[in-house]
Design a protein around this ligand. Structure first.
Ligand code: PMP
Length: 396
């Protein structure tokens, strides 16, 4: 018996992949050429498996802001927000996020993971209840486990199942936190937020929505699914990340509850980690401004999403239920998913390979994500690479 015994399944999978000469997990991007192209594991590819939804990672204004911040404030803060790590720009970004979301309060975290897990772990505690969607992201699950609250899961996006579970809680609803996501990261489907908000209004409790994959994508102003569904007033807390539409790293939570400031000083993932570097804050502030100034990025993102979705559907692949910037191709056979992932790479397209238990079922996914920065020619090349997997031509 050894501490390492439990890692044997991982060791076996890695050995199998190595013997095939295929390394999909932790593939090395040897050179990044632009927001949509790079050299991965030795192949020049179109990047179709990033979360660079608005394509802002190479925006000249974001880069200039980051460079200036590095020159003026150095490479890192070397301390926690609670100690020496709160610079004036962290506070400004909090004010800008609060203004963007029309909320009174905001907290900036070092990663999206720290934001979501920290909020879930801290808002509810022993004696409270958390009701969460069964397909929630790992950061939600980790936080929920840490919280010590009673955990109730409802079937993914199943409003009737959620209602049944809320009804059973009775008086315990007054200290219950309901947690859902905007767009789910693996399949690209959305939570039925209008119905969920209606249940919250009827039964009580508080509602936290993780808009990691929907901020910048949905809503007239890009505020996410809560804006798109017209239920922002029912959402108590919005959590999110800077690592997707804003093209950097970091996370946040916004709320109208004045208690958010007390939550800040009780959240361990805020207190016990260094704050985001000045360059990260500077590019994020610029990206947040550009997200608001350039609605055309959102429009282009959806044109690209529709292009990829319709093309993959026409090719006969089993894909996500809704058009979304995340389009996941389901592959039943694990071996085939590995081979297909590799053939895509060799033909110049990088997508994410997702295998159980990271995928929501017992199947694998070739998860594609589109960016506003993709050209229609690049989307055509992605479709041609998928068509070649089937030995069929791209539909005209
Ligand atoms: N929440 C969700 C729903 C996510 O998909 C992710 C990242 N994939 C996170 C939180 C964590 O964000 P980050 O990677 O920026 O730490």
């Amino acid at each position: 018996m050894s501490l390492f015994d439990k890692f044997q399944p991982i060791i076996d999978v890695r050995a199998e992949l190595q013997s095939l000469g295929i390394m999909p997990f932790g593939a090395v991007t040897e050179k990044i050429l632009s927001a949509t192209e790079g050299i991965v594991n030795g192949h020049r590819v179109i990047l179709a498996g990033t979360n660079n939804y608005l394509g802002l990672t190479f925006d000249p204004e974001c880069i200039a802001a980051a460079k200036t911040a590095i020159e003026e404030q150095g490479t890192g803060t070397t301390g926690s927000r609670m100690a020496n790590g709160t610079f004036a720009e962290h506070v400004l970004l909090e004010q800008e996020l609060a203004a963007f979301f029309n909320r009174r309060h905001a907290i900036v975290f070092t990663t999206g993971y720290a934001a979501t897990s920290g909020m879930c772990a801290t808002l509810a505690g022993p004696g409270d209840t958390i009701v969460l969607d069964a397909d929630s992201h790992a950061s939600i699950y980790d936080g929920v486990r840490l919280s010590g609250a009673d955990i109730v899961r409802f079937r993914h996006n199943d409003v009737a199942d959620l209602e049944k579970r809320l009804r059973r809680l009775g008086e315990r609803l007054s200290n219950t936190l309901i947690i859902v996501e905007g767009i789910y990261s693996m399949l690209g489907d959305r939570s039925p937020l209008r119905e969920i908000a209606e249940l919250k209004r009827r039964y009580g409790g508080m509602l936290l929505v993780d808009e990691a994959h929907s901020m910048g994508m949905l809503g007239e102003h890009g505020r996410g699914l809560a804006e798109h569904a017209g239920v922002e007033d029912d959402v108590d807390f919005i959590a999110g990340t800077f690592s997707k539409s804003l093209g950097a790293i970091g996370g946040f939570c916004v709320s109208n509850h004045p208690e958010l400031d007390a939550v800040r000083f009780a959240t361990r993932s805020y207190i016990f980690t260094a704050s985001p570097s000045p360059s990260v804050i500077a590019s994020t502030r610029t990206a947040l401004r550009l997200l608001q100034e350039r609605p055309q990025l959102r429009e282009q993102l959806w044109r690209n999403a529709r292009h990829l979705y319709d093309g993959l559907e026409a090719l006969g692949f089993r894909i996500s239920p809704q058009v979304s910037p995340v389009v996941a191709v389901t592959v039943e056979d694990r071996g085939q998913s590995i081979q297909w992932w590799n053939r895509l790479l060799e033909s110049g397209v990088y997508v994410n390979l997702v295998m159980p238990p990271a995928s929501p079922g017992d199947y694998s996914l070739l998860r594609c994500s589109v960016s506003a920065a993709h050209t229609s020619g690049q989307i055509e090349r992605i479709l041609a690479a998928f068509a070649a997997l089937r030995g069929s031509a791209t539909p005209g």
